[in-house]
Design a protein around this ligand. Structure first.
Ligand code: HSE
Length: 438
């Protein structure tokens, strides 16, 4: 029977998940029957091949040297799961140069060097699968590039970082501190090697760049995506949000209007009865509005060993089918073809219009509220409601304001002036609001 030989580079959380699934006899038996070929893990490379993993790869198939995979002419598909830019980029380009197909979960790499990788893959007539790069176990790449292909997408809203969503959910539900829940997310294998990528919204921006490229047929320059993380969100904000009928989520958003394409990542207040607000813990969801389908929502575990490994496996099987149909390259995925498009301009953040939640920490003195409201008014920002709780605390009392829609540049100017008021004791916090459908 024909064998499809795999070489896995990176035997960490997700890599181990792939080896575990491949050892599941029921799954591998079914795949062999469906493909008419055996999927065989010929070699696994990692800098650490001694730490015990919960699977039983024979020692002679382990190596510390990725070259053994890249230069093995029998290996058909290289699976890159080391993450980061280098040496992942070099390994992937070398694999493609050797005529091998590639599967990767590397969103950081694809969002910055995707075009180079896909151009080379096209030249060599091989495939690059990247289902695992966005949404963990949710088959969102296939949904956009196949399921919704006959549609014109107008908006994509996503909760696409499991770690950040886990942190916000645990803080809100359990009143636990930020650092404590971050440690839990790390222990569960959700967080990036550097968790700042999760917390500061960088990982979300990487994934949003990929979704926007596929959904809007636009090459997106990562540095044009406005990105703000969840590190300034406190238990107080989560409690006020609940009281006001909202939830705070790290939202990825891409939408088109007559003025262009908006692509941004930031903590966002969304109505508590919206579909996305019920997406909690490590779960991710991508809510897409398109011309013919209307809204669709894709939901599932967005991080974690086995959901992400399943996505890797789906690419392996897809590519194996191409290899077996003896049309490598011709079977180039739709995702792959879409990527050959031109760069699109993104609306700068200071041009967006949004309603805002504002939190000020100010001394409890007469005239504070009118000073803040006065500055907002001078910048054409209209207040919808105000809450002040607590009395006389030296460290300042929280003042919460909700505004009507305003221009971002006006809001930033007003916040900078308010932050300079002598009675305002901390940098004001602003959270943009998004009126998502329920
Ligand atoms: N650190 C990522 C997350 C892993 O938490 O979503 C999945 O991409």
């Amino acid at each position: 029977m024909r064998r499809i030989n795999l070489g896995l580079i990176g035997w960490g959380t997700v890599g181990t998940g792939v080896t575990k699934i491949l050892e599941d006899k029921e799954i591998s038996g079914a795949l062999t029957a469906r493909l008419g070929a055996e999927i065989f893990l010929k070699k696994v490379a990692d800098i650490d091949i001694t730490t015990p993993r919960d699977c039983s790869i024979p020692k002679d198939r382990l190596t510390k040297n990725a070259e053994e995979i890249l230069s093995d002419p029998e290996i058909d598909i290289v699976i890159e799961l080391i993450g980061g830019i280098e040496p992942a980029l070099t390994f992937i380009l070398k694999a493609i140069d050797e005529g091998k197909n590639v599967v990767t979960a590397n969103k950081a790499l694809l969002s910055q060097h995707g075009i180079k990788i896909f151009d080379k893959a096209k030249e060599k007539g091989v495939n690059v699968g990247f289902e695992a790069s966005v949404g963990g176990g949710i088959p969102i790449i296939r949904a956009i590039t196949q399921g919704l292909i006959g549609n014109k997408i107008s908006s994509i809203y996503g909760i696409i970082n499991g770690t950040a969503n886990y942190i916000l959910t645990r803080m809100s539900d359990e009143k636990k501190g930020f650092d404590e829940v971050l440690k839990e997310a790390q222990a569960l294998g959700y967080a990036e090697a550097d968790p700042a990528y999760d917390i500061k919204g960088i990982d979300t921006a990487h994934k949003l760049a990929i979704l926007t490229t596929l959904g809007f047929g636009a090459r997106i320059s990562l540095d044009k995506i406005y990105t703000e993380g969840i590190d300034r969100i406190t238990l107080l904000d989560l409690a006020f949000a609940k009281e006001l009928g909202y939830k705070i989520k790290l939202l990825a958003l891409a939408k088109v209007d007559q003025d262009g394409l908006e692509v941004r990542v930031h903590p966002t207040m969304i109505p508590i009865d919206s579909l996305l607000s019920s997406v909690d813990g490590v779960y991710n969801a991508i809510y897409i509005i398109a011309g013919y389908t209307g809204p669709t929502m894709f939901y599932g575990q967005g991080a974690g060993q086995l959901p992400t490994a399943n996505a890797v496996l789906s690419d392996i099987v897809d590519i194996a089918q191409n290899i077996l149909s003896s049309a490598p390259g011709k079977g180039m995925t739709m995702a792959h073809k879409i990527l050959n498009l031109s760069e699109k301009a993104i609306k700068p953040i200071d041009k967006i219009i949004s309603a805002y939640y504002l939190r000020f920490s100010a001394m409890d003195r007469p005239g504070v509220l009118s000073a803040i409201a006065g500055i907002l008014g001078q910048h054409s920002i209209s207040i919808e409601s105000v809450i002040q709780k607590g009395r006389g605390e030296k460290a300042g009392v929280p003042i919460i304001m909700m505004t009507h829609e305003a221009l971002e540049s006006d809001m930033q100017k007003a916040l900078s002036e308010i932050g300079n008021l002598p009675m305002v004791v901390d940098r004001p916090l602003c959270i943009r609001m998004e009126n998502l459908p329920s």
